[in-house]
Design a protein around this ligand. Structure first.
Ligand SMILES: [Fe+2]
Length: 180
């Protein structure tokens, strides 16, 4: 392995496990909005090492992409923007095309979900961009516990020289990754 990029090729960032106040409510949300499927669900204490409820949800073939956990002995309060403990700010689902992104945007509107930000293009290069980073087009909604979810498409990729390549295969001017 010559450098850190080659080392990092061994990994991909994959599932998120969320603590939720009500597994049924969250299951309904993720099934309805994102068409996720339940792989398996277990009661608290069903396994001697797992004193909390767990539900494993998948998008495709992989056993789980999202895990919902609920500890019946814990008091849950909703996250809010002003007064939350340190934790995950948001997590994101990538759409393979912009058409799919637009489908989920209309799906969110159809379900009357509150879109807390966007749709927005995170770019200082794109003439419609908001001056932020990543080149991706995104919108953000909240789940039943106010976990912030980003739905996005078209994020830049970083080539071997550290240049940002946008979805039209163009080098984004004046951008270079901090580490190559
Ligand atoms: Fe993000």
């Amino acid at each position: 392995m010559k450098n850190n990029i080659e080392k990092s090729n061994f990994l991909k960032c994959q599932h998120v496990s969320l603590e939720v106040s009500n597994v049924d409510k969250s299951l309904e949300f993720y099934r309805n909005f994102l068409y996720m499927k339940l792989t398996e669900r277990h009661k608290a204490g069903e396994h001697k090492d797992i004193p909390f409820e767990m539900a494993f949800l998948r998008l495709n073939e992989q056993h789980h992409d999202l895990v919902l956990t609920h500890n019946p002995n814990r008091n849950y309060t909703k996250k809010n923007d002003q007064n939350s403990p340190a934790g995950i700010h948001h997590f994101a689902f990538e759409c393979s095309t912009r058409d799919i992104f637009l489908f989920y945007l209309s799906r969110a509107r159809e379900l009357n979900l509150k879109i807390v930000r966007g749709p927005v293009i995170h770019s200082s290069f794109n003439k419609n961009g908001d001056g932020t980073w990543g080149e991706n087009e995104s919108f953000y909604v909240l789940d039943p516990d106010n976990h912030r979810i980003e739905i996005f498409c078209d994020m830049a990729v970083i080539n071997k020289k550290g240049e940002y390549i946008n979805t039209d295969s163009l080098v984004v001017p004046d951008t270079i990754a901090e580490e190559i």
